[in-house]
Design a protein around this ligand. Structure first.
Ligand code: FES
Length: 107
């Protein structure tokens, strides 16, 4: 299982193993990472799973869909070039070691 590290705005870092096919949002909420809310359950409709993908992994994640790009307009924290919605990124072996930083607020 790929291991993913979540770094919250406070600096708290949590590394978890996520089954392939799970979203990064599922991996966070299932493991008690508080910086991701995931209020819509992963249907790309709430923007409370905002994360910043480490630059060296950006090429390894699938590009954001038009729906995700539109939802990113609604994130509560600063939107950056590496902003993504964690529910739209599925864990796979290519993402093993990925670090995502979480914004200070999701709402
Ligand atoms: S969980 Fe709602 S947009 Fe990702």
């Amino acid at each position: 299982m790929p291991h993913i590290t979540y770094v919250e705005a406070s600096g708290q870092s949590t590394t978890v193993n996520i089954p392939e096919g799970w979203s990064l949002m599922q991996g966070a909420t299932t493991n008690g990472v508080e910086g991701i809310l995931g209020e819509c359950g992963g249907s790309c409709a709430c923007a409370t799973c905002h994360c910043y993908v480490a630059e060296d992994y950006l090429a390894k994640v699938l590009p954001a869909s038009d729906t995700e790009l539109a939802m990113l307009d609604n994130v509560a924290a600063e939107r950056r070039p590496n902003s993504r919605l964690a529910c739209q990124i599925k864990a796979n072996t290519a993402l093993d070691g990925l670090v995502v930083h979480l914004p200070a607020t999701q709402e």
